[in-house]
Design a protein around this ligand. Structure first.
Ligand code: KG4
Ligand code: ZN
Length: 332
């Protein structure tokens, strides 16, 4: 029987229908409203989730060719994320599950990004190394089971996506900045401006991205308005190259530190072409298997939540009625 999965942890309203590891439908409604603010405004996100959640769920069901009475469980992101946004998805999940006495399965958002790699076709099995780079998190996960992962290294300050979003904003691009920056960078010369690759000499597996936006801000100040305008594509290319270089360097170090047969990616930044190319080249050089999930499953979606939920103990009706979402921390 199919499962309905719901994800509303940030600014994308997402629902999917799965049959085991097969995705029958996956709907993502990205909220345009945040673009003019240059970042996600939590209250605006919650209000939009409220408006979008029902139509998004209905579309996921109709695209899968099923009705609510065909669903045998409801998976939902419990955290981490924006608490007001999470509560919209959780409330919708309870409202669908409770009257039908269906089990509810709470999933961790980061586990979801890892679990996108367990979806058909071409599902991979643990053990593997997984770089998760998104707007809120950047970490290297050692995945030895379907149920969870060990954090081998993580960012000490900004996430990679956050850095790209802030860099894009400095260059006058809208939110989300990552895809816009990638597009602009494709026309630029990454060699013209050098940006610092932080933590390069640090022996550990942690990341740091907060110095990059300062470096870009100083560059823009030195170039002045017209100089920045003329150099925008080159600045974008150099900035993106520095983010990618750090991610690839730390992944390379993690590969050396263990015996991982396979490397996978997850999170919105994993949709980035130069990062995918860099990690592919790295895996080729080391003779490792590379798993690249399609870009639509890298950015936030509910199919990955349904995938993670397959490895989580369901909560039976009515025990989940008082179940709460969590904004930060780890409840895996
Ligand atoms: O995983 P995600 O959709 O949401 C979070 O869990 O944060 O990641 C969103 C982040 C944003 O910072 C966005 O700019 C970045 O992923 N992103 C990209 C690309 N697509 C999304 N960054 C670089 N290149 C892309 N193509
Ligand atoms: Zn995410």
């Amino acid at each position: 029987m199919p499962q309905l999965a719901i994800e509303t942890s940030c600014d994308d309203t997402c629902a999917a229908v799965l049959d085991g590891g097969a995705v029958l439908s996956s709907i993502v409604s990205s909220q345009e409203a945040h673009s003019k603010f240059g970042g996600v405004v939590p209250e605006v996100a919650s209000r939009h989730h409220l408006e979008l959640i029902s139509p998004v769920i209905e579309k996921s069901l109709s695209d899968a060719g099923v009705g609510l009475d065909d669903i045998d469980s409801v998976a939902v992101t419990a955290g981490p994320g924006l608490i007001g946004a999470l509560l919209v998805g959780l409330s919708a999940a309870k409202a669908i599950a409770a009257p039908r006495h269906l089990p509810l399965i709470p999933a961790d958002h980061l586990h979801g990004h890892v679990a996108a790699n367990f979806l058909e076709p071409d599902a991979i099995e643990p053990p593997f190394l997984c770089l998760i780079a998104s707007g809120g998190h950047t970490l290297i996960a050692g995945v030895t089971s379907h149920e969870g992962f060990e954090i081998l290294g993580e960012t000490l300050d900004d996430a990679a996506g956050e850095a790209l979003d802030k860099g894009a904003r400095l260059l006058g691009l809208g939110y989300p900045g990552g895809p816009a920056l990638e597009k602009l960078a494709a026309e630029g010369d990454a060699e013209r401006f050098e940006f610092p690759v932080a933590m390069a000499r640090d022996p550990g597996l942690d990341f740091s991205f907060s110095g990059l936006k300062t470096a870009l801000a100083y560059r823009c100040r030195d170039l002045g308005d017209s100089g920045t305008e003329e150099a925008r594509a080159d600045l974008a290319a150099g900035f993106q190259a520095a983010v990618v270089a750090q991610l690839v360097a730390k992944l390379s170090r993690a590969i050396d530190a263990g015996r991982w047969p396979t490397v996978a990616l997850g999170g919105g930044v994993a949709a980035n072409g130069p990062l995918r190319a860099g990690v592919t080249a790295l895996c080729k050089e080391r003779g490792l298997r590379m798993k690249l999930v399609e870009p639509a499953l890298c950015t936030d979606n509910a199919a990955m939540i349904g995938s993670a939920a397959r490895f989580v103990e369901p909560i039976r009706y009515p025990d989940y009625l008082g179940f709460d979402a969590f904004s930060t921390g780890d409840r895996r």
